[in-house]
Structures are given as C-alpha cells and as structure tokens.
Design a protein around this ligand. Sequence first.
Ligand code: XMP
Length: 527
Amino acid sequence: LVLILDYGSQYTHLITRRIRSLSVFSLCISGTSPLSAITSLNPRAIILSGGPHSCHHPSAPSFPAEFPEYAVSHGIPVLGICYGLQLIVERLGGKVREGDRREYGRMEVVVDGNETGGIYGGKKVGEREVVWMSHGDEVSKLPDGFEVVGRSVEGAVAAIESREKKWFGLQYHPEVSHSPRGMETLKHFLFDICGISPGWNMEDVMEKEIEVIKSTVGPDDHVICALSGGVDSTVAATLVHKAIGERLHCVFVDNGLLRYKERERVMETFERDLHLPVTCVDATEKFLGELKGVEDPEIKRKIIGKEFINIFDNFAHDLEKKLGTKPTYLVQGTLYPDVIESCPPPGSGRTHSHTIKSHHNVGGLPKDMKLKLIEPLKLLFKDEVRELGKILNVPEGFLKRHPFPGPGLAVRVLGDVTKNNALEILRQVDEIFIQSIKDAGLYDSIWQAFAVFLPVRSVGVQGDQRTHSHVVALRAVTSQDGMTADWYHFEHKFLDDVARKICNNVRGVNRVVQDITSKPPSTIEWE
Ligand code: XMP
C-alpha cells in the first residue's frame, strides 16, 4: 500500500489514480491524520501531497510530530510533492521563505545531484526535463542530512533528498501530464527506491471484496439495495449478489420520470444479463400525483426524495413480513471520491460531500434508519468501478451509460412536469437525440447528452399550417467529473438532421434549439 497524505492539492486524487494505474494499491487520507491512522495501514511508501497553504502559517496542516521518527525507524520511504517538500524542510529543521519569484506552469529542471540511487537515480547531472511547477514559497535552508539534487533553470531548489533517511522532495508535480517524465520519477521511487512490485488488479479486488461481504453478512442476514439503473448501484449489487446470492433483495422504482423504455431496458439487464433478484415498483401515479402543479425545482426534488424513501420503507416492511425477519444491511454504491471529500483537509477549498450530495441524490437516507451499510465500492474511482463491472459481466453498453440525475426527467421538464404531455414528448425527443448520437459514434466522447422540454410555445409552419407548438433544447457536454463542463461542438449537418427528425416525428414540437453554454456559468441540467 502506498499512502498519500492529503494537504489539499487539486492533484491529490490524481496521484492516487496514477499510482493505481501502475498496478500498485494506493489510498489517500487527510494529511493531518494521527499517527495511529497511518501505522494501522502499514504503508510501504508515503507521499505527502501538494496543497494551497504556506507552511509558515500557524494553521498550516502538517503530519503528526512522531511521524518522521516512525517513517525513518521503519525504513518507509517518504516523497514530498510541492507543499509536501516544503513541509519536510520546515518540520525537519530547514527553512522555507516566501520566494522572490513565483514559479507557475511549465518550467525546466536541471538534474544537479547523484546519478546513482536517489530520486534521480539513472539520470545524468546536467540533464534537463520539463516539469509543471506551482509554488510561491521556496527552500532557503535544507535540514541536516539533505542535499539538493535538482534546480529550476532559474536556480530555485526543485528536488531534494536524504538517501540515508529515504526522504525525498520534488517542488513540482510529477503526477500531471504536463510533467512528461514525471511518471518515470514516480515509478523509480516506487519500484526501485521502495522496492514495491506491481500486482494490484481488479480481479483481486473483486475476490477480496466478496470475501469481506461474506464474512460481514451473517448466514441469516438479509440485504437490501435500491437500484437506480446507474453504474454504481448496479455494480455494487452485482458484487453483493455474487457474495450472498438470494439473500440480496433489490428494488427498482419506476417513478414515471424515466427515459424512453428505460424501465424495460434496465429490468432486462438486471434480470436477463445479471440474474439479479429485483422487485420493480411502478409508482408512476404516486409520483406524478404529488408533482402535479409543482413548479419549483427544489420542491420537486424534495417531493421525489420523500416518495423514494416511502417506497423503500414499504419494500423493507413487505420483505420483513415475507421473510419473518428484518433485513439487516443496505448496499450503497458510494465511491472513493465521496469518501475523500467527506473529510477534506482544512483550507483545501473542497466542499464537504454532504453539501454536494444533498443536491445530487434523491433524498438521502431516513434519519432513523437501523440498517447497517455495505459500501463495496468505497475505495474505487469511477473508471475502476467500470472495470470491475466488466469483470462481473455487466454489459459494456450499460457501464458506459451517461449519468442520469436521481430526479430524472423532472429536472428536464421545466416547471410542472404533468402539463402539456411534456414527459411523453421529452422521452421521444431524447430518444431521437441519443440514438442519433450513438449512430454517429459520438456517445462515448460525450459526458452527458439529453433534451430539455421548455415551458414555452413558438409559432411554426408544418404542412401548410401554422402551428403553435413546443420548443425543445438539446444539451450535450464533455466533462471529467461533472464539476465543470464544456458544450459539445456537433457538426452542423448532424444538428440539422437531428432537428429535422425531431420535428418530423414528434407531435407537438416545432422548434429545436441547442444549449451552447459551458459550466460555469450554467449548470449541466437546466433545473
Ligand atoms: P449540474 O446540473 O449540477 O449537474 O451541473 C452535475 C451532475 O449532477 C447531475 N445532477 C443530479 N444528480 N440528483 C442527482 O442524482 C440531482 O438532483 C442532480 N442534479 C444534477 C447532473 O445530471 C450532472 O451529471
């Protein structure tokens, strides 16, 4: 295990992912964690991440006082990156001062130290490499036993080491793609200096998780899971099912806000491809009844969240009657970024996940919930979950589905969802748009694509007649994580074909517009 102590850099996740991409398991915990949290993980190597702070500041986050002795006495190599390097210098008796110059962006570093061993082992003195810098403070005095092994072309300290202690520091970010030889240095650190052998893979993760689930869930325990049709809950349920079989009970809710034939398509995958035991609850009337006349998007979300919980409660109740025992566990498809972000280091500028989640789920869990949680994906990133899904035989098309919001089409019909046959019209428009994207081979290059029903009518002329029909908007964006997004630039011919197909095939629509705003300033969804 390679442990990353997080001091709030925007690249911390990236370090974790990069190391995992080398088939080495890595985990990241808050950089201010107590020593017991570090020792309990028994790391083979420790990386101190970058961060936005100045290490002189009285509230600058740091490792615990006993950490250096622990690492040195156990022979655990430590690599500090950017703020991590500065922390090493300050805490081990050197000095960091506010730099005369700031070094941001692309920069050249000159190797200036040992050619054998050390962080630049194998490189020649005088060799140059392009790196990505991002710092204001700089090292002015090294701690005892350390030496400079790399400098920026402007002369600032860029790499330090104490080979005896096995402590190393890089002032730049080797993990970003703008440091083209950075991965070489990380590999050298892990494989040559730390002596780690790569071997972490998804098959092992799957086997281990199955063992954990088997040993956690007792032989008479029953487990429930709400399947949304999304990748995370599906992969989590499939994994649990593999571990405990028929003692897993899933529920899928048709709330009347799903896409074209979504219920049939998703249920088919669950039952035919994954053999998951799923109860499908048709709650269309209940949801649409509650939503009638409601225009405010946040109230719509609250109503939907509340209804989901009611249905879930009833499901658990019915199950208890049927089984003669209460279900004990609940499966959740929580992912690693949610876990990391639920305890961000001070000053990192990252939002507490609860704030994000209150907007982005469908109502949360009941406060008095007695069920214990099983979160088998909580150490994985999204692309790793997809890989795991593949091993579990979840169909590829399913794993690559675009994200779909919990409140479904309710946030894509602006205003009252029950008026103007809006949901039906939207389903047809959306299906034409998505199918055209798939036919053009563009689906996998787009983060999310969908149609929006606008609460306005416009004048048109269709078949020699004037019409006064609805306007729909098309939205397609590219994104890494949904936090920021850019609108997707379709070819004009594609847009022309789609608009024509929509107006020719969907009754009640005579105008198609495209959303060409990025996030920010817009959000991805319209409500
Ligand atoms: P926004 O619209 O905030 O969306 O830019 C970012 C991502 O989150 C999804 N989204 C939601 N997901 N419940 C969800 O489960 C919601 O209420 C919700 N609102 C937005 C959106 O589809 C995009 O992927």
